[in-house]
Design a protein around this ligand. Structure first.
Ligand code: F3S
Length: 291
């Protein structure tokens, strides 16, 4: 069996920076309890790893005066910064710079009087944060039906959740352009998302089946699995090597392995090693979609 491992699988720049920020603080102050406002990344294994080192995920910071709390890469609405300050929290901001760009565009263009349409998932933490910057002029859509339900709007700005499915963004954008007077479109889907989605599409043309490793709640991992499925190949979304469906995958001639932006290298390695062991003739190929 040929095992193709996607070159861009795993941690994106934003997640890597957030992890490094927390680990650096742990090194500087090994016995301090540190907190993250919500799980630092959508990966249970990494969250557990951090917990074992004293980094706790919290949902509420009231009564925690003087504690250091990390804001994760998804970002938060502006009133959360304010509330944290009022509660005497020492904030360490690990918001990804690509998310910050989206927040800045949203704030600037809505301050200028435009409504903003965000193509994304309204329940996603990043989008909840971004909406806070929209001066009550933000609208989130994720389907044609959502677009039909939008109120009458003047000139609009269109942006995307940083991890949005590129095809879906383009498809919904075309519908929006027919219905609204679009002043400007900002493609705020981040480079890491563009790369990993393109890669999974190219890879799924080459292989008989795909393994996608990443948190069950990680939206970018779910999108990679969706894209692979859209190419009509068997796709297995797993969190760890223990979930590998060995009986199903051992019959394939070739298998692709990719991972979401919050999946650490060690989890990817474990999966590759387990698949390799299925047969002595298995060989691992690092897949570069540009070639
Ligand atoms: Fe940032 Fe993109 Fe990762 S927005 S957190 S680099 S998926």
């Amino acid at each position: 069996m040929d095992i193709y491992v996607a070159k861009n699988a795993g941690f994106c720049m934003g997640v890597r920076n957030a992890m490094e920020k927390v680990l650096k603080k742990l090194e500087e102050a090994p016995h301090t309890e540190l907190y993250t406002y919500g799980p630092l990344i959508h990966n249970n294994q990494v969250v557990q790893y951090l917990e074992e080192r004293g980094v706790k995920s919290i949902e509420d910071f009231k009564g925690m005066k003087g504690s250091m709390v990390f804001i994760r890469s998804h970002g938060v609405p502006p009133n959360t910064y304010k509330e944290m300050e009022e509660h005497g929290i020492e904030i360490s901001d690990a918001t990804c710079e690509k998310v910050k760009r989206l927040q800045i565009i949203t704030n600037r263009r809505t301050s200028e009087g435009f409504d903003i349409i965000i193509i994304g998932d309204k329940n996603n933490a990043e989008i909840i944060g971004v909406l806070g910057f929209a001066n009550d002029r933000g609208h989130v859509v994720n389907s044609e039906e959502d677009i039909e339900n939008l109120p009458k709007l003047g000139k609009v700005i269109v942006v995307a959740q940083t991890t949005q499915n590129v095809q879906k963004f383009n498809q919904l954008l075309e519908i929006l352009k027919k219905k609204f007077d679009v002043e400007k479109v900002y493609d705020t889907i981040c480079d890491a998302t563009h790369r990993s989605q393109k890669e999974v599409l190219v890879l799924s043309e080459k292989v008989d089946a795909m393994i996608v490793i990443g948190g069950i709640h990680s939206s970018n991992t779910k999108r990679l699995a969706e894209l692979s499925k859209s190419k009509n190949i068997p796709t297995f979304h797993i969190e760890t090597q223990e979930e590998l469906p060995f009986n199903e995958i051992k019959g394939f001639q070739s298998i692709g392995i990719t991972a979401g932006a919050s999946t650490p290298d060690w989890l990817i390695e474990e999966v590759v090693e387990s698949v390799k062991k299925l047969d002595k003739s298995n060989k691992v190929i690092k897949h570069d979609f540009d070639n």
